[in-house]
Design a protein around this ligand. Structure first.
Ligand code: ADP
Length: 268
């Protein structure tokens, strides 16, 4: 019998995306990848495999040379701040604005009325545990706190999709693990669709529903792995056999790729 149910399009559908830069460098080779609504997907891969380029193409910040990206079935033709928020490694806060003003800033640019943007921003600061620092300036905050402000700013825009490019890459190991736990808590409450780039295999497994491994020269997908760990997750899962086996498998995949292209070993 024919079903009348029309399948929902993926929140993000990357279809045959190719990227050649002006100097002829072939950065991405026909990447195809779907991210379901509400899914947390991480991309790992050796430095230079095109992770950031792919994220910027999805964000509409850089054009693809071939193929296309669809958000909820609609092609990306430029930045879509209402739909997509981007969080970078460097929190990129404005030093002359307070924490609250930094979170409010994109909403201000979008013309959201003052009372509404203030309420939304305070709610997001509460979510990331920084209500007490609403009036502090970025230079008064630690690196981890600045990155939480950056996440609050992304969430305040209430995007359907959040793209994160090594958001904890500049933090020390301990802060990084705590930020991962914090992000998981926030994500479990907001259930946004997330594309997350990291070079930490443990971080990728701990956070994600799916981990995608990329290789380079040219950038391409080597493997897509579902993470079979139940949610909600605590850091205890990192000691489980399933976690260890996945990390091992990822490490070997990346090590073989790095051997092939001759670079430093991936961070465990
Ligand atoms: P990753 O994020 O995986 O480290 P990137 O996406 O930053 O990789 O870069 C992929 C490759 O494309 C790298 O070799 C980089 O040097 C190259 N690349 C990035 N931007 C440009 C550009 N504007 N022009 C030429 N090559 C570039």
């Amino acid at each position: 019998m024919k079903s009348d149910v029309v399948p929902k399009p993926a929140a993000v559908s990357i279809r045959g995306v190719d990227k050649k830069f002006g100097n002829g460098f072939h950065a991405l080779d026909k990447i195809s990848l779907d991210i379901a609504d509400g899914q947390f997907l991480s991309v790992v891969g050796p430095s230079g495999c095109g992770k950031s380029t792919l994220l910027q193409i999805v964000a509409g910040l850089v054009p693809a040379s071939g193929g296309k990206v669809l958000l909820d079935g609609h092609p990306v033709v430029g930045p879509q701040p209402h739909e997509v928020a981007v969080v970078f490694q460097d929190a990129l806060l404005l030093p002359w604005k307070t924490t609250l003003q930094n979170v409010e800033f994109p909403l201000d640019l979008q013309g959201v009325p003052a009372a509404e943007r203030r309420a939304k921003s305070l709610e997001m600061l509460d979510l990331v545990g920084l209500s007490a620092f609403a009036d502090a300036y970025p230079q008064q905050l630690s690196g981890g706190m600045r990155q939480r402000v950056s996440i609050a700013r992304g969430l305040a825009q209430d995007p359907r999709i959040i793209l994160m490019d090594e958001p904890f890459g500049a933090l020390d190991e301990q802060t990084r693990i705590r930020m991962g736990q914090e992000l998981l808590r926030i994500w479990e409450r907001s259930r946004k669709t997330v594309l997350f780039i990291t070079h930490s295999l443990a971080e990728a497994i701990f956070l994600s529903d799916v981990v995608v491994v990329m290789g380079r020269n040219p950038g391409r997908i080597l493997e897509r792995m579902e993470v079979p760990l139940p949610r909600p997750r605590s850091s205890d899962v990192m000691g489980s056999d399933v976690f260890g086996q996945m990390r091992n498998r990822l490490w070997h995949l990346l090590n073989d790729e790095i051997d092939r292209t001759d670079q430093a070993a991936p961070e465990l």
